[in-house]
Write a protein that binds this ligand. Structure first.
Ligand code: IMP
Length: 430
């Protein structure tokens, strides 16, 4: 068994792309398993800086097979644009496959996303506007269109016939429009032709890799607190970004997964609406945003910033059976004189020992903080745990203790090299 799942532990933007890029160098297969181009994975390597939305981060290694898995929703126009951007840096795609079972984001999904957000007014979710939610709801409604359908003109016509009746009446009631069927059909047949060599049943590829004992990386998008079942509903995305979703979206049984890595920023951020108990709306929050360049990769929106929330993080570790933690952006905390960790929640002075399921309740909780001294020294050049200042070690050790999970990797800067391996990467695949 050499399957490692990399999942987001907070509300997204933890730096999963960089972690996957690092691990992908030793992987023979990378499978992106959920979400769509609502994700934005920044990867900085010797070829440059890339913002990936759909293409798995293993694409930079021509020996690695990269799969856009069944659990993903694919906007073909966005994918082709991303491939063009990567091709300019001489990235090749002979090693990219798209599951024929993955669902397609249509222009009417983006339209629906936009209109529904506008109708929500102050209660808007702050979606990325990429049509991801409507595409997943059509999948569940069984009027979705799959990537494999783009290769068969007649089948695609039938799929549109099934979907468009429903979509027309829905969008018309909102004042939205859908392109005429012939144009839509032709456009998506064209996309199918452009992607033809990459579209295929991915199940055999994955099974062969498992049988060979290949090192397989399951690349998460979004994060557990945005999970449609376990996140801060309704302020969530429409998929299951955690370890269970990784198995489902990649088509791998849970017993095959050797390690689950939870990726956590050393503080917390959130983009979009929804409760955020440890949010900082003061100058410390501003400092984290500026030092951490906390602006959305996909939408450019400023991210909300706050202290590390160990209650939420522990909940996520439990939900996903995290074996190890990967800490990112530790260096962003370098200047702070003191740090706070949320170790408990209280409501009206009474401590609660669970993660509230209701947004109203979670919005009311007051965090119980523990204060630790900062280190006020640069960690940029640390390459071993012992290179870190004592207070930085103490901070991480306290977090490990609160989460009950050991550390595998720590990142102290954006480049591949700015990483500390507490557990050798090869051991994670063992
Ligand atoms: P949607 O996924 O576009 O429907 O957006 C639903 C919620 O998930 C919004 O709050 C988004 O800001 C958030 N979200 C979706 N994808 C990401 C991501 O990759 N990083 C951070 N937040 C995300």
């Amino acid at each position: 068994m050499s399957v490692v799942a990399v999942i987001g532990g907070q509300w997204g933007d933890e730096g999963k792309g960089r972690v996957v890029d690092l691990l992908a160098q030793q992987a023979q297969m990378v499978i992106r398993y959920s979400g769509g181009n609502n994700a934005g994975h920044t990867v900085i390597n010797d070829r440059g800086t890339f913002k990936l939305h759909l293409v798995p981060a293993g694409i930079f290694n021509p020996e690695t097979i990269n799969i856009i898995g069944t659990g993903v929703v694919v906007d073909p126009a966005a994918l082709l644009e991303e491939m063009t951007m990567l091709a300019e840096a001489d990235v090749t795609f002979d090693n990219l496959y798209i599951s024929d079972r993955a669902h397609v984001i249509m222009p009417y999904h983006r339209e629906q996303d936009r209109i529904q957000e506008a109708l929500r007014g102050d209660g808007r979710l702050g979606t990325t506007g990429r049509g991801v939610g409507p595409a997943y709801s059509d999948k569940m409604e069984r009027i979705g269109i799959r990537v494999g359908d783009l290769l068969h003109s007649e089948t695609l016509l039938q799929c549109f016939a099934r979907a468009l009746d429903v979509k027309h009446s829905l969008l018309q009631s909102y004042g939205g429009t859908i392109e005429p069927l012939p144009a839509l059909h032709q456009q998506f047949i064209d996309y199918g032709q452009q992607l033809r060599s990459h579209i295929r049943p991915t199940h055999p590829l994955v099974q062969q890799a498992l049988r060979r004992g290949d090192r397989i990386l399951l690349e998460g998008a979004q994060a557990s607190l945005l999970d449609v079942d376990w996140g801060t509903y309704p302020y969530v995305t429409s998929s299951a970004p955690g370890a269970a979703g990784a198995c489902q979206g990649a088509g791998i049984g849970p017993r095959e997964v050797s390690h689950v890595l939870g990726v956590f920023k050393a503080y917390t951020t959130r983009v979009g609406g929804g409760p955020f108990p440890t949010e900082l709306t003061d100058e410390t929050g501003d400092l984290l945003r500026e030092r951490g360049h906390e602006y959305g990769t996909t939408t450019g929106r400023p991210r909300r910033c706050g202290w590390f929330d160990a209650v939420a993080a522990r909940y996520v570790c439990e939900l996903n059976s995290c074996d190890y933690i990967v800490w990112t952006k530790l260096d962003i905390l370098d200047e702070l004189p003191t740090l706070r960790i949320c170790t408990g929640y209280q409501i009206n002075g009474a401590k609660i020992d669970y993660m509230p399921s209701s947004v109203a309740e979670l919005s009311q909780v007051q965090p119980i903080y523990e204060e630790l001294p900062g280190w006020q020294t640069s960690t940029d050049n640390a390459r071993t745990f012992d290179d870190l200042p004592p207070n930085a070690k103490r901070y991480l050790e306290r977090l490990e203790e609160l989460l009950g999970v050991p550390t595998a990797l720590i990142s102290v800067g954006p480049s591949r090299e700015a990483s500390i391996e507490r557990v050798p990467i090869a051991a994670l695949f063992a």
